[in-house]
Design a protein around this ligand. Structure first.
Ligand SMILES: [Zn+2]
Length: 264
């Protein structure tokens, strides 16, 4: 099994993903935007694209669907709540189902918040010794969280962070829908200027070309992503003045961080 991450190079800095099975040559595309690149990857790898998965309905996550489908005949699957919104969806997904193709096994997580019917996909490793890969769409970004401005709900997003992202193992590799790492690290450092990992990572990536940032783990994210550090002293210190000195609940900290990030 291989995961190919393709950086689109557009203003929105989208990542597209192709997951292929070495044994059968079958492949799954997640959130295709740059259909030419996705199709080229499949040709170069000797893979046949059998399935197109969408994390949610925003145009930058579905734009390439018809073109990839036209060339490959692949079916389009998305959460059943938006199966009638995205054109040509053949199957409406539900929480916790396992998508199997060749040796690929992807678990579907229902992750509302950025949108009402967002899903994330967890690529299950063939053995316990290997790491799982979490395709988070616009739910969890490196060093931040997705916004809730286009059909979202911040309380739902908080619940998704606690109930879905919370239990994932530290060694899980994070594959988000966009490369916002550098910008988000600046925000994370504003929340917690003394965060050493964020400082070092920023130094490491600030001269890199867009889209070439390292793949981080959830363990890394838990060390610098303010949305995963709601109860930590540094974050609370930063947020407490915004609650008139009261101790806010984690859900309130999460929502206020989202507002700060949106207006930052
Ligand atoms: Zn989106």
């Amino acid at each position: 099994m291989k995961v190919i991450r393709h950086y689109v190079g557009n203003d929105l800095r989208n990542f597209n993903y192709v997951v292929g099975c070495d044994r059968t040559g079958q492949a799954i595309v997640i959130d295709p935007f740059d259909h030419r690149a996705v199709l080229q990857i499949a040709v170069e790898m000797g893979w046949q694209i059998k399935l197109i998965l969408n994390t949610h309905e925003h145009y930058d996550h579905i734009e390439g669907n018809p073109f990839v489908q036209q060339v490959t005949g692949a079916e389009i699957w998305a959460h059943r709540g938006i199966a009638s919104v995205i054109p040509n969806v053949a199957k409406g997904l539900v929480a916790n189902e396992i998508i199997e193709l060749g040796d690929i096994r992807l678990k579907v997580f229902f992750t509302p918040g950025h949108t009402a019917a967002h899903v994330c996909f967890l690529l299950l490793p063939p053995t316990d010794k290997e790491a799982a890969c979490f395709f988070s769409g616009d739910t969890l970004f490196n060093a931040s969280a997705g916004n809730c401005r286009n059909g979202g709900n911040v309380d739902d997003l908080y619940h998704t962070f606690v109930s879905v992202i919370g239990p994932l193992a530290d060694n899980t590799l994070l594959y988000p829908g966009h490369d916002y790492l550098l910008n988000n690290l600046n925000f994370a450092l504003e929340c917690d200027p003394s965060n050493l990992l964020a400082q070092r990572l920023k130094e490491q990536i600030c001269h890199l070309q867009a889209g070439t940032v390292p793949v981080m783990t959830l363990g890394d994210e838990r060390a610098y992503n303010p949305f995963l550090r709601l109860g930590e002293a540094k974050i609370l210190e930063k947020m407490r003045p915004r609650f008139a000195g009261h101790s806010p609940r984690p859900s309130q900290v999460f929502a206020r961080l989202g507002e700060l990030r949106d207006n930052w």
